[in-house]
Design a protein around this ligand. Structure first.
Ligand SMILES: C[S@@+](CC[C@H](N)C(=O)[O-])C[C@H]1O[C@@H](n2cnc3c(N)ncnc32)[C@H](O)[C@@H]1O
Length: 275
């Protein structure tokens, strides 16, 4: 067993980060860095995991692939990523895997994590970073329950589950975080139920030795950066949704200039599947 005492970004992962940063439009450099590096919260997540080298790891909701790159490289693991968005997003993840020189260690599966296409395979660890909030956004709490159930089904007895997300109500402590959460929930419809709801469901599905940890990515934005951040979310048209940036900015500019805007804390729910 190897416990990562200190997270160190590997050269491969650094190359993917550099490629994102060098291709970023100059005015969006701050957003790009926040997203790609995320205050090293993914590294923190991985540093909590005790999994042997060369494990088989499932990354639920791989997005652009950052957690998959980082876990494959930290544990010399084989990582299977599952995400229901194909198209451009999976192409970006595959390209990142090539840049990181991890092609042989990562398999990308386009599929619904609420009905995983895995039979007879058991993972040593099932992990995710900021995926549960998108699961709820696109499928509601019923799909969240299915994703949690499926994650336990494909985890081997004794295997580790570690799900980190900053969309919990308990993630926001400071005013600047509460404002970020308010905008996410009210305007973009992004938000999780409480950690207790998620933990109870995981426990019902057979997760034991559960712990909950928190990490502050220490990402704060002044008014100028906050404006770019919100515009970036609107421009991305998340899951095809269209928002009006100008009216949104009018509604929040004053509050943002008063308190600033900060990313909420990342809460990690972790445990082992009953033997
Ligand atoms: C914010 S991204 C995850 C970021 C990524 N884990 C990282 O480390 O950068 C969340 C992802 O969850 C995916 N997702 C949402 N619901 C899903 C579902 N039911 N099954 C599979 N993927 C899902 C979305 O398509 C999205 O790509």
């Amino acid at each position: 067993m190897r416990h990562l005492e200190e997270w160190r970004v590997s050269d491969g992962v650094q190359s993917v980060r550099d490629s994102w940063i060098s291709r970023s439009p100059p005015d969006k450099l701050g957003v790009t860095k926040r997203y790609v590096i995320f205050g090293e919260a993914r590294g923190w997540l991985l540093s909590q995991l005790e999994v042997p080298n060369h494990s088989l790891i499932l990354d639920v909701g791989f997005g652009r692939g950052f957690l998959a790159f980082e876990s494959a490289s930290a544990f010399e693991a084989h990582v299977v990523g599952i995400d229901f968005l194909g198209g451009e997003q999976v192409k970006i993840a595959i390209a990142g895997g090539r840049i990181a020189n991890l092609t042989n260690q990562i398999s990308w599966v386009v599929g619904n994590a609420g009905a995983m296409p895995f039979r007879g395979v058991q993972f040593d660890a099932v992990i995710s970073f900021n995926a549960l909030q998108d699961v709820v956004l696109t499928g509601g709490e019923e799909v969240l329950r299915r994703v949690l159930k499926e994650s336990l089904r494909v985890l081997r007895p004794g295997g580790v589950l570690a799900f980190a997300d900053n969309g919990y109500p308990e993630s926001s402590l400071r005013q600047s975080q509460k404002l970020y959460e308010l905008i996410q929930r009210r305007e973009f419809g992004v938000g999780l139920p409480t950690t207790r709801v998620v933990s109870n469901e995981l426990e019902n599905q057979g997760l034991t030795n559960m712990t909950e940890l928190r990490y502050d990515p220490s990402i704060s934005m002044d008014e100028k950066e906050a404006k770019i951040e919100i515009k970036d979310i609107v421009d991305a048209r998340p899951f095809g949704k269209v928002f009006n940036f100008h009216s949104l900015w009018e509604d929040y500019a004053r509050q943002i200039s008063d308190t600033g805007l900060s990313y909420p804390e990342v809460l990690l729910i972790m445990g082992k599947r009953k033997e």
